[in-house]
Design a protein around this ligand. Structure first.
Ligand code: AMP
Ligand code: FES
Ligand code: ZN
Length: 300
């Protein structure tokens, strides 16, 4: 197997591209995929500051590394969720990465700052943990980016996006389909949100980290084990195994040819948004979902 770019011996093959790469050319490939995603979807310009939400995992650390390598002003955001040892270890990986590069890491710790943790919130509200977690992350990512004037970047890759799309299509969740885009525009109370890794798969981000010597947390969130999202990923992987390229075709075909059918008409933001009585975030209820979760979870 030879590298597609330089004909040296290859270290990784990517079946959906029908290509193999040596180490240096693979790193170049990853940066190119991110550069193209940023350009193709006009995610942000050279003069904008990006806040990369980092979980300590392979995707978000690879993203942060690539954005720094491409010369962007990229800082990190780590949210402490209070999920026992998993959170301790994931925070340490994020801090170690930032320390090695002398990069800025913004930290928000839910137990310390809001007085509850995700497992406790899940019990108090009879939600599954990942639901309380997703709600809290969404709120805190937005707040951190908005308060500090950043574009918010997450490490979602093509495997993540295809799995979410698969789940939404199975139930024809029109509201979710209308929000499934690699760029969500800023609007009153909402920071712009971008997903620059959509052209890379998780095998690629893992290989990128190994080749770059990035020490990431390998374990998944313990609460995610057995959830629907991971099940959809497995199903799609089985299809991909038989027919490489199907996953990317499914996702990019949706973006290119179908997603506009689900988009809300321009200018029509969510109806009746007003500021949360407690924190000021836009909401359709008197108190936003995060503040009411915090109240029910016994926050101070
Ligand atoms: P997940 O929701 O775990 O699939 O993660 C999706 C993306 O959210 C990751 O790629 C990260 O960019 C971000 N993320 C997940 N967990 C955290 C965290 N604890 N702190 C900051 N960002 C996170
Ligand atoms: Fe956060 Fe599962 S509880 S991802
Ligand atoms: Zn609120």
């Amino acid at each position: 197997m030879k590298c597609r770019r330089c004909r040296e011996p290859a270290v990784i093959d990517i079946r959906r591209h029908n290509a193999a790469f040596c180490g240096p050319c693979f790193l170049h490939h990853c940066r190119e995929q991110v550069r193209r995603a940023i350009d193709d979807y006009a995610m942000f310009g050279a003069d904008e500051r990006v806040l990369v939400a980092v979980s300590g995992g392979k995707d978000s650390l690879a993203l942060w590394d690539i954005l720094l390598g491409l010369g962007y002003h990229a800082d990190g955001l780590y949210v402490g969720l209070g999920i026992g040892e998993y959170s301790d270890a994931s925070g340490e990986h994020a801090r170690a990465f930032a320390g090695e590069r002398q990069a800025r890491l913004v930290e928000v710790d839910i137990p310390a700052e809001y007085g509850f943790d995700i497992p406790g919130a899940a019990v108090a509200t009879h939600r599954v943990p990942c639901s309380a977690c997703g709600l809290s992350k969404g709120h805190l990512f937005n707040k951190a980016a908005l308060d500090r004037g950043y574009v918010l970047g997450t490490g979602h890759n093509v495997d993540d996006e295809a799995a979410v799309l698969f789940g939404s299509v199975l139930r024809w969740g029109a509201e979710f389909l209308s929000r499934q885009h690699p760029v969500l525009r800023a609007s009153d109370g909402f920071a712009r949100k971008v997903k620059p890794l959509i052209r890379l798969g998780e095998r690629e981000t893992a290989a990128y980290c190994v080749l770059r010597g990035i020490d990431y947390i390998v374990e998944e969130c313990p609460n995610a084990v057995g959830n629907k999202h991971l099940g959809y990923k497995e199903q799609l992987n089985a299809i991909e195994e038989q027919s490489p390229g199907t996953k990317a075709a499914f996702y990019f075909g949706f973006l290119d040819r179908v997603s506009s059918l689900f988009s809300p008409p321009a200018g029509s933001g969510p109806a009746d948004l007003r500021p949360c009585a407690s924190c000021g975030a836009p909401t359709t209820s008197p108190v936003c979902a995060f503040c009411s979760l915090a109240a029910r979870a016994g926050a101070r």
